[in-house]
Design a protein around this ligand. Structure first.
Ligand code: GLY
Ligand code: MN
Ligand code: MN
Length: 444
């Protein structure tokens, strides 16, 4: 906790050091979301707000005001309220929050509209995440209107509004040692889920049967939620990139694609494995699987400090195109096929994305129109895939409906990289051996 507290403070200090002079940043807690009628989704804090505070309660606002003599870091949060706490749990209250989160000041949320215009007044620039939440946009404008209304009395409304995202998200892009430990733990819990799901798979079970194994392992590991909607896709469903119905029966001869990762203490993991429902790849499935695996290894190898962000993608495109030509699924020479992007009929997404507090994490991919260079502390997924649509009449029938993706989370190191998501069978041999053993255990 002490380590966390230092780290949150350090992030706020770093962010403030980068803000323009005479400015204020306003970062709101996530609003509660209705699921249906009067029930809500599980509450999850806004990622930026959490990154800067570690504070998990709703109805809160953080103001960062570099250079303000009376205090640079001000939090608004819910007051202690015995009746409310009886229903929904303990609230920290401003006094304890000020103390525990190392803030300069903390006030009740009920006082936001009275106090915030005064904090903004006289500041030239306001940073906030413009355009993300209409209600918050309106609130900021309401505070500005309060200042404008007093202009004749000498009040000075701000002249510039800036998105906070760029400064803050550059910080979030480079993970600290502590963040990497949390991501490693998220990866381990998810790996256990994948192993359990793979071990429970046999023809005749439903996609949701395997989803239940994932959820059980995630929750038992201390995760409150998957980091995104789990994909358990059997047979042709594996060709639907964001399939999440997960309600089909798994048939003998199907491949099963599972793309699932837990969120652990606000950090995501994102893993995909594809395996045969009956424990044995057929010839076409094996050919496609081994090609995707080869592309994944090549892409992981290309994750190096100083390499351009698209180097892993290009490596995967090269391997996949070459392999598809060899299998007769793409025509032409390698370079010509890459140039005309022939692979896009089969591999239509990028090789990966940043991952961190958000599964599709923040941070620019390009700087001045150029792919940025990888730096130690960045974490990216590497997830090539080949999806042969069941409707693809340009390939022989035996290939249609095969969808394979293999995904791991890879940390850029000072030298080379480290795969965080280990311990799940990945080669054809490993998968077939693991599933044969699981089948034996089920029968015993
Ligand atoms: N699970 C979403 C993704 O792989 O990007
Ligand atoms: Mn994924
Ligand atoms: Mn992903």
């Amino acid at each position: 906790m002490i380590q966390d507290r230092q780290e949150y403070k350090q992030r706020r200090t770093e962010l403030m050091a980068q803000m323009e002079s005479n400015s204020i940043a306003l970062i709101a807690a996530a609003p509660a979301r209705t699921r249906s009628n009067d029930t809500e989704y599980y509450y999850r804090q806004n990622s930026d707000f959490y990154y800067l505070t570690g504070f998990e309660e709703q109805n809160a606002l953080l103001a960062l005001i570099p250079g303000r003599k009376q205090g640079e870091v001000v939090l608004f949060c819910q007051e202690k309220d015995k009746l409310k706490e009886l229903w929904t749990g303990v609230l920290m209250g401003p006094d304890a929050a000020r103390e525990q989160f190392d803030l300069d000041d903390a006030y009740p949320s009920a006082d936001i509209d009275d106090i915030v215009p005064g904090l903004i007044e006289g500041r030239e620039r306001v940073y906030y995440s413009m355009g993300q939440d209409n209600r918050f946009d309106e609130r900021v404008m309401d505070w500005v209107k309060v200042i404008r209304a007093k202009a004749k009395l000498g009040a000075h409304p701000p002249g510039e509004f800036l998105v906070l995202d760029h400064l803050l998200h550059e910080l979030r892009l480079i993970k600290s040692k502590h963040e990497i430990e949390l991501m490693q733990r998220a990866a381990e819990i998810s790996a256990e889920g994948h192993r359990q799901a793979m071990a429970a798979c046999e023809p005749g079970v439903y996609e949701y049967t395997l989803e239940a194994e994932l959820n059980y392992a995630f929750t038992r590991g201390g995760s409150r939620s998957p980091a995104y909607c789990s994909i358990v896709a059997a047979g042709e469903n594996s060709c639907i990139l964001h399939y999440d119905r997960n309600d089909a029966e798994i048939k003998d001869g199907d491949l099963v694609l599972i793309d699932a990762g837990c969120e652990y203490k606000y950090y995501a993991s994102d893993i995909t494995r594809t395996f045969p429902a009956n424990g044995k790849f057929n010839q076409q499935q094996k050919a496609i699987y081994e090609l995707v695996l080869k592309a994944q290894y090549a892409a992981i190898e290309a994750v190096q400090p100083g390499a351009a962000w698209d180097a892993p993608h290009n490596a995967s495109v090269r391997v996949i195109t070459q392999g598809l030509i060899k299998l007769g699924l793409i025509k032409g020479t390698l370079n010509a096929a890459i140039k005309r992007e022939a692979y896009r009929d089969f591999y239509m997404h990028k090789v990966g994305h940043w991952i961190g507090i958000d599964v599709h994490d923040v941070g620019d991919y390009k700087i001045d129109e150029e792919w940025r260079l990888l730096e130690p502390g960045m974490v990216t997924t590497i997830e090539p895939g080949i999806y042969i649509s069941p409707d693809n009449k340009s390939v022989p029938k035996k290939w249609r409906g095969i969808g394979v993706r293999i995904e791991d989370d890879v940390l850029v190191m000072k030298k080379g990289n480290r795969v965080l998501t280990t311990g799940i069978p990945k080669t054809v041999d490993e998968i077939e051996t693991f599933m044969a053993q699981a089948k034996k255990s089920r029968a015993a």
